[in-house]
Design a protein around this ligand. Structure first.
Ligand SMILES: Cc1ncc(COP(=O)(O)O)c(C=O)c1O
Length: 379
């Protein structure tokens, strides 16, 4: 699904030199690489504060802790996402409220959010799934109307642009009160181990978050709030620093691959191509709204599972993200849910398939993958 070795080859010298320096200086934690990366990411995103941490799951949890959410507060998020999003809500004894998503973009819908709001609702967590933003204009408007926090789960969309209703461009993860991202190796900006970060434009919140990531300390050995231990280490920061200037070019390569997949697979019965957010054009080199963390098709007429098997038999990796809706997962079932309210997520779980997507895919591989799919579907 990804080719991390190929990507490493292109930046090998830089990485090896920086790694040697870190090993020589032994500045493994909170060294200059971490501070340098933090500043460079703030510049890239045009956000006031980046708080690096150990992984994307921690980033979400720390963001919720920083906002002061209390047990019993309801947090609305998408039924169709990776479990980390809902896991941290549950871990903090907040109440997760899962809602359905849009069949074209796979993202949470403003209509479903509005329907789920109660007097206990305190926050919305839009997940920018597979590489493009949820409908942030509408979500921010709902949040304003109901006085709710917006926590963007930006684990899958770093580098994506969002054009608001006035035509202003924003980077994914800079529009809500706070955002969380992951630098897991397979992410668009991936480390060589775990890593994550929280972003915010709120100075006070940033200060609170900086203490929470470090055992609740604002002054050495003074623990003012309950915190956690969540650090990005220097080796991971060095990798991220080397890759950050290349992120836009990585995302262009991903978009080019998506365009080639689209061209090869268009107008074929039983295949529904991914949609880039309506209003912002078809997929092209200039459309920067989608960074294709995943290239995800819908395969209709119950053919998805057979296609997965066929691709596996032909040594083509593929993924099903996500095969079971969260409202049906044992850990998160809840009497409040009515299966009929999750029609789209239920359908997507049976139809989605993600194809190999990374910066090193070549035309020969893309042709082989698409021909194998077409052969199976039309054969
Ligand atoms: C949508 C989403 N949220 C959160 C996370 C958690 O990130 P991490 O694996 O770095 O903890 C992921 C990771 O895959 C994700 O895809």
């Amino acid at each position: 699904m990804v080719d991390l070795k190929g990507q490493y080859e292109a930046i090998k010298e830089q990485i090896n030199t920086t790694f040697s320096t870190i090993l020589e200086t032994s500045a493994f934690i909170n060294g200059p690489e971490v501070h340098g990366f933090q500043k460079e990411l703030e510049d890239y995103l045009n956000v006031k504060h980046v708080i690096p941490c150990a992984n994307g799951t921690d980033a979400l949890q720390i963001a919720m802790m920083g906002l002061g959410l209390q047990p019993g507060d309801e947090v609305i998020t998408a039924d169709f996402t990776f479990a980390a999003t809902v896991e941290v809500i549950a871990l903090l004894n907040l109440t997760p409220v899962l809602v359905d998503v849009d069949p074209d973009t796979f993202n949470i819908t403003p209509e479903a959010i509005e329907k789920a709001i109660t007097p206990k609702t305190k926050a919305i967590v839009p997940v920018h799934l597979f590489g493009q933003c949820a409908d942030m204009d509408a979500i921010l408007e709902i949040a304003k109307k109901h006085n709710l926090f917006v926590i963007e789960d930006n684990a899958q969309a770093i580098g994506a642009d969002y054009y608001d209703k006035d035509g202003n461009k924003h980077k994914a993860g800079t529009m809500g009160h706070v955002a969380a991202t992951s630098f897991f190796p397979s992410k668009n900006l991936g480390a060589y181990g775990d890593g994550g970060a929280i972003f915010t434009n709120d100075d006070e919140l940033a200060h609170t978050l900086r203490g929470i990531v470090n055992h609740g300390m604002y002054e050495r050995y003074h623990h003012d709030v309950v915190g956690v231990n969540s650090r990005l280490d220097s080796l991971q920061a060095a990798v991220l620093r080397a890759k950050l200037p290349l992120l836009d070019s990585y995302n262009i390569k991903r978009r080019n691959t998506a365009r080639k997949y689209n061209k090869a697979l268009e107008n074929i019965n039983d295949i529904i191509l991914p949609t880039t957010r309506k209003g912002y054009g078809i997929i092209c080199d200039k459309c920067t709204c989608h960074v294709f963390h995943q290239y995800t098709l819908r395969i209709t007429n119950d053919k998805r599972d057979a296609l997965v098997k066929h691709l596996n038999d032909n040594d083509i990796p593929c993924g099903v993200y996500y095969p079971i809706p969260l409202h049906k997962q044992k850990a998160y079932v809840d009497d409040r849910y009515n299966d009929d309210d999750f029609k789209i997520t239920n359908q997507l779980s049976n139809e989605v398939i993600s194809l190999p997507m990374h910066t090193e895919l070549d035309d020969e591989q893309i042709n082989f993958i698409t021909k194998t799919i077409i052969g199976f579907i039309t054969g």
